[in-house]
Write a protein that binds this ligand. Structure first.
Ligand code: ZN
Length: 469
């Protein structure tokens, strides 16, 4: 019985853990490596195991850095079930399809260049057909339901509060009469976040595999964040331009709509026309609406009182490119929410081209901007940016609202760990070195045995040397 840390070991993306129990092999997550081109090239490498020998996959949530290599796994011969929460299945339908069409477009673009140079064409990482095939292997679970997946392997998902359907995975393993319980945190949500419940606490574990994304940082309080957002909207109204909000399609876009609806009067949102300019965000909003039973108490209350928590009379969904292009003619009074969240692609780039140089306009960055992205350049104060080889002056007011995070901050992570009744060994994953090591120090101060597995490291779950009871 062992676990091998194949992805998100000493890095953030590419989550993938292989659990062996007797003859059985189980994968927890099968995520895409994201970041610089050199990192992303690793997605094309063969898996470190035989995909045909994997009996099942358990998927914590729909984000691509957890789910994005599933179509490749299926392409490489995996035929077993992918167990996940039913909302995650619905969101993956959107995410994987979108990732696949981006792959196809990237390959097409690259091949036009290669053709001109007399080079051989490349294949897309995977296609929409591959994504559809993978989707057919999904099997939906609910939170709190314990289930035997394979002989000697039982599982239960608990709400992780990170995005809709996100799960903490409890895994009970039995091999030759030896029992071990593993708990995977998945990505843990930010307590107090709108719409979703707070991460569920778990009491028992022999080994905890825990994310450490914000292991060295706290988020601003929700009150401060909302006050800040409100001020930006009020200020923007006086300048009479447009407001652009680059946002991730899943999670952040729904949170923004939820806030805009709730603070409609207070923030003067009713004086604006709001555009959700992203087919993917629109679909995701529909999936959120469909799974309203997963909402937290506050969202339940608002839904009962005011109906659909994402609907406003002044909100327009723009699905087609024509609808999106029509927004380019609007000179003032529009709040435009569009992807991608870091401005590296998607419709937001067109809106930036039409608005970024105008002093009356405002851009609100409400999500993390990774190094090297266009969003990061703007946030860092670039005077001009390049869009389709055209130089655009940054004339608009740039605002960064940092408190909206889908991840637990340092105290949230520590608190979640503290809920275990003993001090189980914890393996830190899904973090850069700095946050992971800082979190490790805090955990050790709680007398937790902490591991920071290297990529590919294998940990025997039965050995007497390990700290596991
Ligand atoms: Zn995530």
């Amino acid at each position: 019985m062992d676990i091998q840390f194949l992805g998100a070991a000493r890095e953030v993306t590419g989550s993938c853990f292989l659990v062996r129990c007797g003859e059985r092999q189980l994968l927890i997550d099968c995520g895409l490596i994201q970041g610089a081109a050199a990192d992303e090239a690793r997605n094309r490498a063969a898996f470190a195991f035989d995909p045909r020998a994997i009996d099942a996959v358990i998927l914590t949530h729909a984000h691509l850095d957890h789910s994005g290599r599933l179509p490749l796994l299926v392409k490489a011969g995996f035929r077993g079930p992918v167990y996940t929460h039913r909302a995650t299945r619905d969101l993956c339908q959107i995410m994987l399809k979108d990732a696949a069409s981006l792959n196809e477009k990237d390959a097409e673009h690259e091949n036009r260049r290669r053709l001109r140079r007399g080079k051989r064409p490349v294949e897309p990482l995977y296609t929409r057909t591959d994504a559809e095939k993978a989707m057919r292997q999904f099997q939906a679970l609910d939170y709190g339901q314990e289930r035997e997946l394979l002989p000697g392997v039982r599982v239960r998902l608990q709400d992780a509060g990170h995005i809709l359907g996100s799960a903490i995975v409890e895994l009970w393993l039995t091999e030759n009469g030896h029992r071990r319980k593993l708990v995977f945190s998945g990505d843990l949500g930010h307590a107090g976040a709108p719409i979703l419940r707070n991460p569920e606490s778990v009491r028992e574990a022999d080994l905890v595999v825990m994310e450490s994304t914000y292991g060295d940082r706290e988020h601003r309080s929700w009150d401060e964040t909302l006050t800040e957002l409100g001020e930006v909207f009020r200020e923007a109204r006086q300048s009479q331009g447009n407001i652009l909000i680059p946002a991730f399609a899943i999670g952040r876009s729904q949170e923004l709509l939820y806030f805009l609806k709730h603070h409609n009067r207070e923030w003067g949102i009713d004086h604006w026309t709001v555009f959700l300019d992203s087919p993917m965000a629109i679909e995701a909003t529909e999936v959120y609406g469909k799974h309203w039973k997963l909402f937290d108490a506050e969202a339940h209350r608002r839904r009962k009182k005011d109906g659909d928590p994402f609907a406003m009379p002044n909100l327009h969904f723009s699905r087609t490119p024509t609808q999106s292009m029509a927004i380019n003619r609007v000179r003032g009074g529009a709040i435009i929410i569009a992807g991608s969240g870091m401005c590296d692609g998607g419709r937001i780039r067109h809106h930036l081209k039409h608005n970024l140089w105008r002093e009356q306009c405002h851009v609100i960055f409400a999500g993390f901007q990774a190094r090297g992205t266009l969003g990061r350049k703007i946030v860092d104060g670039a005077k001009t940016v390049k869009l389709w080889s055209e130089t655009i002056r940054v004339g608009a007011r740039i605002h960064t609202v940092g408190g909206l995070s889908a991840h637990a901050g340092q105290s949230g992570l520590l608190e979640w760990y503290r809920n275990f009744s003993s001090r189980p060994t914890v393996a830190l994953v899904h973090g850069e070195t700095e946050p992971m090591q800082t979190l490790a120090q805090y955990l050790e101060a709680l007398r937790a045995p902490v591991l920071m597995p290297k990529p590919g490291e294998r940990l025997n779950l039965l050995s007497s040397h390990s700290e596991i009871r």
